[in-house]
Design a protein around this ligand. Sequence first.
Ligand SMILES: NC(=O)c1ccc[n+]([C@@H]2O[C@H](COP(=O)([O-])OP(=O)(O)OC[C@H]3O[C@@H](n4cnc5c(N)ncnc54)[C@H](OP(=O)(O)O)[C@@H]3O)[C@@H](O)[C@H]2O)c1
Length: 283
Amino acid sequence: MEHTDADPVGARRRRVVVTGAGGQLGRALQETFADDGVIALTHADWDVALPPPPGLAPADLVLHAAAWTDVDGAEDDPQGAAAVNVAGTAHAASLGAPLVAFSTDYVFDGTKREPYVESDGPNPTSAYGRTKLHGEAAAGEDSWVVRTSWLFGPTGSNFVRTMLRVGGERNEVAVVDDQRGCPTYVGHLAAAVRELVDGGRAFGVWHLAADGDCTWADFAEAIFAEAGIDCRVRRISSDELARRAPRPAYSVLRSEHADAPLLPHWRDGLRECVSRLGDTARR
Ligand SMILES: NC(=O)c1ccc[n+]([C@@H]2O[C@H](COP(=O)([O-])OP(=O)(O)OC[C@H]3O[C@@H](n4cnc5c(N)ncnc54)[C@H](OP(=O)(O)O)[C@@H]3O)[C@@H](O)[C@H]2O)c1
């Protein structure tokens, strides 16, 4: 457990608990809220399927980034996924502080052909999506439920890092071209979350995803172009990939709140991510 509560001016800093602190979003949140007293809890520090660890100091804000994110694995073990995504969110809410709970575009069935807004009816088609939807309800009334999509960042396991690795090993990769969404850079999402919380926005459901949209195949091509990798993208259908959990064919998220924080375009996020990965590689 890392706790940074240093106090340069004598006033107590806001205590911000970050769950899932070892995940890609958890890390970005720690960077963005670094001026606060961040209590960063990894999976090893707190298994959120269990009640909060005794002795955890009261928090002023909880950023709940811990989750079961293995979408296909949730089909085999929906109860295990629910223990983390539903009970875990209830446990985070039980800390009694305003909560940011993260949810997903996978709460929608993907049959729409224009962006999903907060008032659209969810209809998840996967076990993961169902646990995340129930997790939204478990977040309680004093919460911002942030639905986001297709996260990527410089750490952890995500599509950008996978493509950079695979693209360096092969000269062709098959990528699905019949799912459309908004690839969202975790640093941009974390900044938007800070705006949501510090800007006094109302509790409730918020769609926060990158500007622009694309298919996974478009995204893969952009990743190779950005990184200067010579690898061809062969466009395939989801059926050809035959994954256990169905994914929405269309899950572009937009907000209908007039005061919703706006995120940069996914291409800007990609540029920043690839640049940060390059910096890391050069170190
Ligand atoms: N990734 C996406 O594309 C995406 C899209 C939309 C929404 N979201 C949502 O955004 C949030 C952050 O996702 P992410 O991409 O940052 O996921 P991530 O990189 O997989 O991070 C999730 C973190 O949660 C931890 N965790 C798993 N089970 C736990 C448990 N029982 N107790 C405590 N920690 C546990 C994981 O630790 P271990 O690895 O050690 O198990 C990991 O550090 C999640 O709510 C996710 O559902 C993600």
